[in-house]
Write a protein that binds this ligand. Structure first.
Ligand code: GLN
Length: 305
């Protein structure tokens, strides 16, 4: 496994340098696109790492998986899916177009920004601070790392430039999709996207999902099986946005990307894989990270299809 990961990083580097860090969040544009790291954690808790596996990055959209699980545990599946749909969009992650063209204005799925903002409005808590603390503590459990917290600089950078996300949230408030104050929901969303992790953290989250919700480290059930299965299905159909189809063909694993450069992948019953490479392709997914996953999946024949 160690040799395989080293080779995967060597292979992925060629593609990583062709990617570009996200610039629409100014703080993220500082990242070095040549960085690339990978971590694998199997369901017995054994781990292997290579490259920039311990470099911190912001979790960004990978947090949408945790937020969805928490919202479903808080409010129940039926209520959550009365506010957000279950269909892939074929549009970019921050697109607004389908909110108006599709009847009911329900965002199509919880992995795009609109859907994730709607989901955030359903997380239980007295106020934003309580809600973000609940979400961080859940992510700490999923990653088995109690040091995880959000990055103040990235949060401020996102919050001061999040015009598109504000547009999505205001549109959904008008359509009766969002509960509560728009700015409070957005504050939760920006903070959750700014949570700092590394490749090992997200590999552990992937390994927990691989075991249908049981932590590979403690053996404790953190998520009901039905909810673990639900989010893995969304990861397959919508986790890589409008690149989910091609990713399913080439890699064949449930995965979720973020514009910080992370991708969390899960191999059901076997392992979690976390990759980090801040050079993004034109769809906002880690260019080198996808290639690392493709390499590993092909060599170990991991596709679920
Ligand atoms: N914080 C980012 C945004 O709202 C998350 C998007 C992503 O990771 N794809 O645009």
């Amino acid at each position: 496994m160690q040799n395989l990961l080293d080779d995967a990083i060597k292979y992925g580097k060629k593609f990583a340098v062709q990617g570009k860090p996200a610039t629409y969040i100014p703080e993220l544009s500082k990242a070095d696109p040549g960085m690339l790291g990978v971590a694998v954690v199997n369901v017995s808790g054994q781990s292997w790492k290579s490259g920039d596996y311990d470099s911190p990055f912001t979790i960004q959209s990978i947090s949408k998986v945790a937020a969805l699980m928490l919202a479903v545990m808080d409010r129940g599946e039926d209520y959550v899916f009365s506010k957000v749909g279950m269909e892939p969009t074929g549009d970019p992650f921050n697109s607004i177009i389908k909110l108006e063209t599709i009847r009911t204005s329900k965002p199509l799925n919880p992995m795009i920004n609109a859907g994730a903002i709607a989901v955030d409005s359903l997380i239980a808590g007295k106020n934003t601070e309580d809600k973000i603390n609940r979400l961080i503590s859940f992510i700490r459990q999923l990653c088995h790392n109690d040091k995880i917290c959000y990055d103040e600089d990235v949060y401020k950078s996102e919050s001061s430039t999040g015009f598109r996300n504000r547009a999505l949230a205001n549109f959904m408030k008008d359509a009766g999709i969002i509960e509560g104050e728009v700015e409070e929901v957005l504050d939760l969303y920006f903070k959750q996207c700014s949570i700092k992790v590394n490749a090992v953290d997200i590999a552990l989250m992937g390994a927990t999902l691989a075991e249908d919700g049981i932590s590979p480290i403690t053996g404790k059930r953190l998520i009901p099986r039905s909810i673990a299965r639900l989010v893995k299905t969304f990861m397959v159909t919508c986790g890589m946005y409008d690149a989910s189809g091609e990713f399913a063909v080439r890699v064949g694993l449930p995965a979720k990307s973020g514009v910080g450069g992370g991708i969390m992948a899960t191999v059901p019953g076997k392992m979690g894989i976390g990759v980090f490479g801040p050079g993004l392709d034109e769809k906002g997914n880690s260019a080198g990270g996808i290639k690392v996953l493709e390499y590993i999946s092909n060599k170990l024949d991991l596709s679920i299809f």
